[in-house]
Design a protein around this ligand. Structure first.
Ligand SMILES: Nc1ncnc2c1ncn2[C@@H]1O[C@H](COP(=O)(O)OP(=O)(O)OP(=O)(O)O)[C@@H](O)[C@H]1O
Ligand SMILES: [Mg+2]
Length: 141
């Protein structure tokens, strides 16, 4: 049976630590290693900050949604914004591509997520928003 949770929160970076910790706590039932917890916190942090910074341009009045599902040893996380959307998904996935160079972004968030997940899917439409789906198997070796 699937175990699931969902969260909705204001699009401000102040909320990023609480959301990361929340997902990390949800996953405790899978008995993850410390490394796995660090990886999960990292991918959630990168995805949530993208939704806030790029999706909503830091507009606190907007809401980011995070949903997580556990099925056997598989964790699936959705990070959803109804913001501006991604113009070119292929380009966005490339290491060191950023649309906010002036704000000193390295363009590494999506590459880091891809490296730490088993699967990363991006669904995005201009003006409608973005849904990032991350799948990670918890092997607790
Ligand atoms: N939720 C989103 N909504 C709109 N655009 C996004 C979203 N997530 C990513 N992007 C686009 O994809 C690009 C690459 O994202 P990525 O996280 O790899 O780098 P970054 O956020 O620019 O820099 P860094 O994560 O290193 O601070 C962003 O610059 C932005 O143009
Ligand atoms: Mg980023």
């Amino acid at each position: 049976m699937t175990n699931e949770m969902s969260l909705s929160f204001s699009a401000t970076l102040e909320n990023e630590p609480f959301v990361r910790t929340c997902i990390a706590s949800f996953v405790v039932c899978l008995n993850p290693t410390v490394d796995e917890i660090v990886e999960i916190k990292t991918i959630v942090g990168e995805a949530v900050s993208n939704a806030i910074i790029h999706g909503y341009n830091g507009d606190k009045g907007c809401l980011v949604k995070v949903k997580a599902y556990i099925e056997d040893d598989l964790l699936t996380i959705y990070v959803i914004d109804k913001g501006q959307g991604i113009q070119d998904i292929e380009k966005a996935r490339q290491p060191m591509f950023t649309s906010k160079k002036e704000l000193e972004h390295a363009g590494m968030g999506l590459s880091i997520i891809e490296a730490l997940c088993d699967e990363m899917t991006i669904e995005s439409s201009l003006e409608l928003g973005t849904q990032l789906i991350m799948k990670k198997r918890i092997v607790h070796e």
